[in-house]
Design a protein. Sequence first.
Length: 432
Amino acid sequence: MSEPFVAVEIPRWVDPASVFASVFAEADHSFWLDAGPAARDGWSWLGDGVRDDPARVRGTVCEGRTQPGEETRFRGGWVGWIGYDDAAARAGVPAVRDAIGVPQEIWLRARRLVAFDHARQRAWVLAPSGESEQLAAQLSTAGPAPAPPAPAPAVHARARHSPDEYAALIERCRDAIREGDAYQLCLTTRFEVEASVEALETYRRLRHATPAHHGGFLRSGDVALLSASPERFLDVSDGVVRTRPIKGTRPRAADAATDAALAAELTASEKERAENVMIVDLMRNDLSRVCVAGSVGVDALLEVESYPAVHQLVSTVSGRLTPGTTLGELLDAAFPAGSMTGAPKLSAMTILHELEGAPRGVFSGCFGWVGDDGGLDLAMVIRSIVSHPAGAYVGAGGGITWRSDAAAEVAEVGIKARGPLAALGAPLPPGW
């Protein structure tokens, strides 16, 4: 068991980007769970750690009891990611795996942790006694946020599917829906870059252009996840689990009236509303497998959340976990997330395996923290970059229903992939 952490407050507010650059940027295994630049609410956690056995993490009992006076919900534990393909196989669905050497599951046991409360503009170091005091004193002199990152050198991105090929797959999705094999299918594709990627600078460009409340940078050796995710997957606190599926997207517009019209169009869309409600029902079913009977409910339905690049349609489902439920049991019930599969889940994943014909990798998985006390906060791996020694990839997709329009769905994939690819220095391939 690791030595218990001692929390020491940093005497003044310091910028998380500055702290990461000065203390953790060169660590072999480091993490930065990021509320975004200039955030005015939410939390950021950053630090370094060592690789640990995923089985140890999965055995953690989900609880997360909050105590009065605690500095931060995450007071020590693990930060990591879980990919899609192994999770699909665990659920009993055929799966293929990447041959590029990116592990499907990585968990870093936190060795040092810095917690930032953006709403209160307060920050704490959590580390073994002695080290926490020393690091807090060091960080009290940290400089301002680094200057905006320089533009990325231009590179070329290759698409797994052409727009026409993706449109043809959409029609095959509609065929499966017509036959009654699925109600909705989350069809995805991949864009790849074969070039050297400086992971931290690329992440700085990504967060600068498309900030998100559940962004993140996780590096372990020569692989890294760089995410501007807007979607919280699972949150556990005081024995209650919450999930916030996103289904429904519209681009932002520079003109305020046009932008408002796009948000209103999203709210009114029968297709987007139906897609979102189907996933809400799926998540209610998933959570009911590990929650106390009668405790699962919908806290919010079809709310529009707006980000720099897109408007999104978001709902919230919650339930009280059955006492003793482990993270592994929760993941077996709810992962892969319904927002990235479709419904019914097993049928949808089987159909998508045949249509996509290639691995998703870390994309469509989840990442975040799991605390020693069983609290956790995991986000979806979307709007993300996965870097590896041979280059990097970006996954993107969308939910297909019977009323999907192929041209609109192709355009939505381009909207979602544009930001991560721009951070890599790559324009969208022709047609996207």
